[in-house]
Design a protein around this ligand. Structure first.
Ligand code: BG6
Length: 495
């Protein structure tokens, strides 16, 4: 294990992400001793804050953990605020001076992590100044953490990557996809590679289709400005969904290591079929929420949201079918869907197995049924808000005659366990401190995901059609159901 003595500079230190995720996660690491007393954080942003104001912000952001005054004060004392204009070279000189002082004060030995938690437009500028102003002339390690979105399409992502590569090597770059820090996403590999009963049937001979649903109950909230330019495809599919898909589809890695996993994920993404325009139209559908109710609360339609164009064509929902052209997956559709203001918050994966070759029970009917139909075996991985897995099997209904019925075997993590599991950001920050890039996205993965998503986006941009509406509180437009119905299938999860 590497030394945890580190100076972390957060660009975007006054922002929402820093307050809601980074400071609480750093606090948890501090409480657990993963960060010792030899660490310091510099928060930067344009606002002219004092260290006192900054300390109060830090204390507020960790208040829910109910630390003692002393504990909160001790933790906050490691934080320093430096007002900063990312475009002004001289500001990096000031930052360097402060960094060097803190390095000495906290015996940091030159280890530096730079966290870019602000608009991606500035990423290139920041990293080039870090280098030109000598912020990286220290003998320790240098790592950069980059928040999404990594580019806006393949071209912009490529350009951004080139800029970052001028300063940081690939193994020093930690591109965040916070889904990779979630407990149950990490569990996908355990389910697959620690259980022969699944891995041996994890292919197109036994699996009929795989469904990935990322449903959100919230709408666009205060992020409409960003969201209206992005839409669900870029916001959720390019990153989270394609990452989940690659973990589900990849070949077993030689070892459960950064190098092993990355290599297999990249191969899986490379095997996803690149659609023609017509294939995009057939295999992907959009939606945009209209007004509706969730739990008795009324929500307005997307076009009526503040900062959204009243004629916006942006999709707040997307459903689609990916096909993977390799030996393992040929012919198995991976259906995906995600959207804002759906019925409830929930992320889950359904692996739907094929039917037995012959249903020997089909004529063994007593009772009102015409035919004894067998249900599909379904393995469900619950990512959030509940965590666990379930398996639907067929058993015999108790009683006379011979009727089969589905039985559900289920394991859910208890609320206590979930409460005490480290939050995604906490795990990911610890990974960066340990220099472990397993749960981060490699450039090749980002690049291929953009190529796939760009195809879809370009077709939609060309068509310029209004996405079909769906009332807030439903699971998307009817087209999302038709997508599976035309293949003779249906969505397994119907909240
Ligand atoms: C982010 C998206 O990446 O993920 C948001 O930008 C979305 O739009 C969020 O709300 C969902 O994350 P989680 O962890 O709440 O499922």
């Amino acid at each position: 294990m590497e030394t945890k003595n580190v100076l972390m500079t957060i660009f975007g230190g006054t922002g929402d992400l820093a307050r809601r995720k980074l400071y609480p996660s750093l606090f948890r690491l501090y409480q657990k001793g993963d960060l010792n007393d030899d660490f310091a954080v510099i928060g930067t942003a344009r606002r002219p804050w004092s260290d006192e104001t900054y300390h109060q912000v830090i204390k507020d952001s960790i208040a829910s953990f109910e630390p003692s005054d002393k504990e909160a004060q001790d933790f906050a004392s490691h934080f320093y605020y430096q007002s900063h204009n990312v475009k002004d070279t001289s500001h990096y000189d000031v930052l360097k001076e402060l960094s060097d002082q803190l390095d000495e004060k906290y015996h940091i030995q030159g280890n530096r992590i730079f966290y870019l938690a602000m608009s991606p437009n500035f990423f290139g500028t920041i990293v080039s100044h870090l280098k030109s102003q000598g912020m990286m002339n220290t003998k320790g390690y240098h790592r950069v953490i980059i928040e999404k979105p990594f580019g806006n399409d393949y071209q912009s992502a490529f350009k951004l990557n080139e800029e970052i590569n001028q300063v940081f090597a690939e193994d020093e770059i930690y591109r965040i996809d916070h889904y990779l820090g979630k407990e149950m996403i990490q569990n996908i590999s355990a389910i697959r590679f620690a259980n022969l009963i699944f891995e041996s049937i994890w292919n197109n001979r036994y699996i009929d289709n795989i469904q990935i649903s990322l449903a959100e109950e919230v709408g666009v909230e205060e992020r409409a400005g960003y969201y209206d330019k992005s839409g669900a495809l870029k916001d959720m599919v390019q990153n989270h969904i394609l990452q989940m898909l690659s973990l589900l589809a990849m070949e077993p890695p030689v070892a459960f290591s950064e190098k092993g996993i990355r290599a297999e994920k990249i191969k899986a993404l490379d095997s996803i079929r690149m659609y023609s325009e017509d294939e995009v139209r057939n295999n992907f559908v959009r939606g945009q929420y209209t007004e509706g109710e969730i739990d008795d609360q009324h929500f307005k339609g997307y076009r009526d949201e503040e900062n959204v164009d009243e004629n916006s064509l942006t999709e707040t929902f997307v459903a689609g079918k990916f096909l993977i052209d390799n030996f393992r997956w040929s012919g198995v559709p991976f259906y995906i869907r995600t959207g804002k203001h759906l019925t409830e918050k929930g992320t889950r994966i359904n692996i739907v197995f094929k039917q037995v070759p012959v249903n020997v029970f089909k004529n063994s009917i007593t009772g009102p049924h015409k035919q004894n139909q067998l249900d599909s075996n379904v393995l469900t991985i619950y990512i959030q808000p509940t965590e666990g897995f379930s398996l639907i099997m067929n058993g015999k209904e108790i009683g006379q005659g011979f009727q089969t019925e589905p039985v559900k075997l289920e394991h859910r993590n208890s609320a206590d366990i979930i409460e005490n599991t480290p939050e995604a950001y906490e795990k990911l920050l610890l990974d960066v401190l340990n220099g472990d890039g397993t749960n981060f996205t490699h450039w090749d993965e980002v690049a291929q995901s953009w190529r796939i998503v760009d195809r879809i986006r370009q077709t939609w941009d060309k068509d310029q059609q209004t996405p079909p509406g769906y009332p807030a509180g439903t699971m998307g437009p009817k087209e999302a159901y038709q997508l599976l119905e035309k293949d003779g299938r249906h969505w397994i999860w119907e909240p």
